[in-house]
Ligand binder design. Structure first.
Ligand code: GMT
Length: 374
């Protein structure tokens, strides 16, 4: 089977998940055709079954806004026709679902039948999609999808509550490759970050407002008053400069390291003692799952799909949005006792196993098979 995967190629969770899915399917013998404007960041290494098709958006003086969606739909048509693609799987509704709908119609004119699946990831529904500017097109193109999936029960519920969806939405949770994220900590790296055996607190995100980076910093500021610790911040985005300024203002810049965008997250999760995810909303929280797979317990907010991964008091803690006081207490309670830390770490890893790649990817395969039989 040949599958066209459309995603954002950046460090965001939807692109990461789409790329990991494509890689896993390619390992199983499927022909995978990534269609996007740039090589996806997690698409490293060579696989005979993976192809990358760049969407080029030629510029023209008239275009204040280059028409990416048109270029994407045209590229999808071209890739489907020239590579016998059986189905398209688009990740993140905007503008991928409407471009897929357009491609499907164009191909139908030539008697080529190609179904498309839309996987909803989060902000395409909860933030951007809800903006009136996009809602009619988002609603229409989700409804036109041959199958719809959401990455958590919560996102399914949010979608049904906020859009008039006339079709079944199947939940297929995010997944993680447990084997890959079970790497042993690199002592030299750990020592470079925490030379005196300090605990390492980690946060990784795209530094958007929804991530509440300020809460990461204030929570760390409280933790470090009780426990010698270092803060590692991975990623980049709009809130990065503000975050650096705040660390300077609080006098904790020496204990904080901004690592920027990183590829080999497994090495970073491996040295962390605790992961902080104080988001306003997370449809799932893939970064939390990856941390847990590495045996790093997570202190997060009780929002969106996060409670579908974290069991409060067992493999991490949940607290109210913005409650840095509680989050710091929870973190300290884990970090101040090595026995407790080991227990949470063990439980976090166990929990991540239920989202292992080998359990979740077959759910997508089943969906593809069912769709092609129709
Ligand atoms: O977290 C982000 O802001 C990136 C975003 C994306 O669409 O790339 O991530 C979303 O999709 C991930 C993969 O399904 C989920 O694990 C994240 O929770 C979700 N982010 C939000 O809902 C804010």
């Amino acid at each position: 089977m040949n599958i066209g995967i459309v995603c954002y190629p950046t460090f965001g969770g939807s692109g990461v998940l789409a790329t990991e899915l494509g890689k896993a399917l390619a390992d199983k013998g499927y022909g995978i055709h990534f269609i996007t404007y740039q090589q996806p960041v997690r698409l490293t290494g060579f696989s005979a079954n993976i192809f990358f098709h760049e969407v080029r958006v030629p510029s023209y003086p008239l275009f204040d806004f280059p028409p990416y969606e048109t270029a994407l739909a045209s590229t999808m048509v071209d890739v489907v026709k020239n590579n016998n693609v059986d189905l398209l799987h688009v990740h993140y509704a905007i503008p991928h679902a409407s471009a897929a709908f357009m491609a499907k119609q164009i191909l139908a004119e030539e008697n080529i039948k190609v179904p498309f699946i839309t996987t909803l990831h989060g902000t395409d529904i909860t933030l951007v999609g809800r903006d009136k500017t996009y809602t009619p097109v988002v609603t229409f193109s989700i409804n036109q999808s041959d199958a719809i999936t959401a990455v958590s029960d919560n996102l399914r519920k949010e979608t049904l509550e906020n859009f008039e969806i006339k079709k079944e939405i199947s939940v297929i949770h995010n997944f993680v490759d447990i084997t890959r994220f079970s790497v042993k900590p690199m002592d030299a790296f750990k020592k470079a970050i925490a030379p005196n055996g300090e605990k390492i607190i980690l946060h990784a995100s795209n530094f958007r407002k929804v991530k509440r980076i300020v809460d990461v910093i204030y929570t760390f500021n409280k933790i470090k008053k009780s426990i010698p610790s270092k803060l590692l911040l991975v990623g980049d985005g709009p809130e990065r400069h503000m975050a650096e300024d705040l660390c300077r203002e609080l006098g904790i810049i020496e204990e904080t390291r901004f690592l920027g965008k990183q590829q080999d997250m497994e090495d970073i999760y491996a040295i962390a003692d605790l992961f902080l995810l104080p988001s306003e909303y997370e449809s799932f929280g893939l970064a939390a799952l990856e941390a847990m797979a590495a045996g790093t317990p997570v202190v997060a907010t009780n929002t969106g799909g996060i409670p579908e991964i974290i069991t409060h008091g067992k493999n991490g803690y949940l607290s109210g949005i913005g409650d840095v006081e509680q989050m710091s207490h929870q973190a300290i309670s884990i970090l101040s006792n090595d026995q407790v830390l080991n227990r949470f770490s063990e439980e976090a890893r166990k929990q991540a196993e239920s989202f292992d790649i080998h359990k979740i990817v077959p759910k997508y395969e089943d969906l593809y098979q069912r769709l092609l039989k129709k």
